[in-house]
Ligand binder design. Structure first.
Ligand SMILES: Cc1ncc(COP(=O)(O)O)c(C=O)c1O
Length: 347
């Protein structure tokens, strides 16, 4: 952000802002291509995958995925782990026959993801007879995360909005990976889609041109004006991630951040996290207070202590610490210290 601020009015020594120049200018195109290359380097994206920089958020992909993949076979399996999976199921169902598979169960009062062998729909294997299998590796609101990649008989499509760049990911195991930018990539308004080359020829003919992966691939994501400023900022973030040691370094750091917060929650009867250890998110950690009447006080006091955005999503209530790549370890330690102090005063 500091770099963006410093060069806001004079980008690339052109005496003009990056948001003022044409996305068709050679300078912009060079920057855009470099951003793509940096993302390819960071994620070790194989050559048979295309990388798209689009608009519409992850929510647009809930429609784009079925429109692009259901042209030959209008069936798909959807693993459902909560809020965002459900939205994907609802949208997917508009374009084809979608099987909604409940991937959750309860163990000792905690919510967990079913083991692979229990993720099969009735009477067939996961993805059998389907165009694709869709899942959400990390449910951002509930803080539920897969510790494994589901094995399927059809290409896997993953909504990695709150997973991407948090750790190494074996891209070759997926047909499509998509992510809204606003967590680990950059500002909102940009969506990254990584799509395997053999999946771009089964589009439903009625799909809007802007949503067709093949059309976007042919025009380097510039079928119309792309989200130019978001793309530029994402490029800066990719360079920053590389400088910090890439996704391997962030995996270590993110795990350490999550560990220290879960330890604090588990060590007390005052705080509670509802997710089984094996399905706990590294990125989003929801927790409740033993006495919900203290929620408001907790949020007031934490804000006073400079700890922001801890209110849980309105769909689930309680608190949620979203500790994406940009959150330093020290930030999580500050939260843990605050939580201990709050418990001492109000517990
Ligand atoms: C996993 C997941 N999917 C989808 C979305 C929706 O993203 P967008 O607002 O970019 O459409 C979010 C947003 O928080 C998310 O976390």
């Amino acid at each position: 952000m500091l770099q963006a601020q410093q060069e806001l009015l004079n980008w690339n020594n052109m005496q003009i802002s990056v948001m003022e120049i044409s996305h068709r200018s050679p300078e912009y195109i060079e920057m855009a291509a470099q951003a793509e290359q940096d993302l390819r380097d960071l994620m070790a994206i194989p050559d048979n995958y295309h990388v798209l920089f689009l608009q519409g958020g992850a929510t647009m992909q809930f429609a784009s995925v079925p429109l692009n993949l259901m042209g030959k076979c209008a069936k798909a399996d959807y693993l459902n782990t909560g809020h965002w999976s459900e939205k994907a199921v609802a949208e997917g169902g508009k374009y084809g026959q979608v099987t909604d598979i409940n991937a959750l169960y309860s163990v000792d009062g905690k919510v967990d993801i079913r083991p692979l062998e229990q993720l099969q729909p009735q009477g067939r294997r996961l993805g059998e007879g389907c165009a694709y299998v869709h899942y959400t590796p990390n449910e951002t609101i509930e803080g539920i995360e897969y510790s494994f990649i589901p094995e399927a008989q059809a290409p896997l499509v993953a909504d990695m909005s709150s997973t991407i760049l948090s750790r190494p990911i074996d891209v070759s195991q997926f047909g499509i990976i998509y992510a809204g930018a606003q967590k680990n990539i950059g500002p909102s308004g940009l969506t990254v889609v990584i799509v395997r080359d053999d999946l771009v020829n089964q589009v439903q003919p009625s799909a809007p041109s802007l949503l067709q992966y093949r059309a976007q691939i042919e025009r380097d994501s510039m079928l119309n004006t792309p989200p130019t400023f978001g793309w530029y900022l994402a490029g800066l973030v990719f360079k920053w991630l590389k400088k910090q040691g890439g996704v391997e370094a962030f995996a270590t750091l993110n795990q350490k951040k999550a560990d220290v917060l879960y330890q604090c929650i588990d060590a007390s009867d005052f705080y509670h996290n509802p997710v089984a250890t094996s399905a706990r998110s590294w990125m989003n950690i929801p927790f409740t207070l033993a006495n919900p009447e203290l929620d408001k006080r907790f949020l007031e006091k934490s804000r006073e202590a400079g700890l922001l955005a801890l209110k849980g999503h309105r769909a689930v209530g309680g608190m949620r610490a979203s500790i994406y790549n940009a959150m330093p370890y020290e930030g999580v330690v500050a939260l843990v210290e605050f939580m201990k102090e709050f418990e001492k005063n109000y517990g």
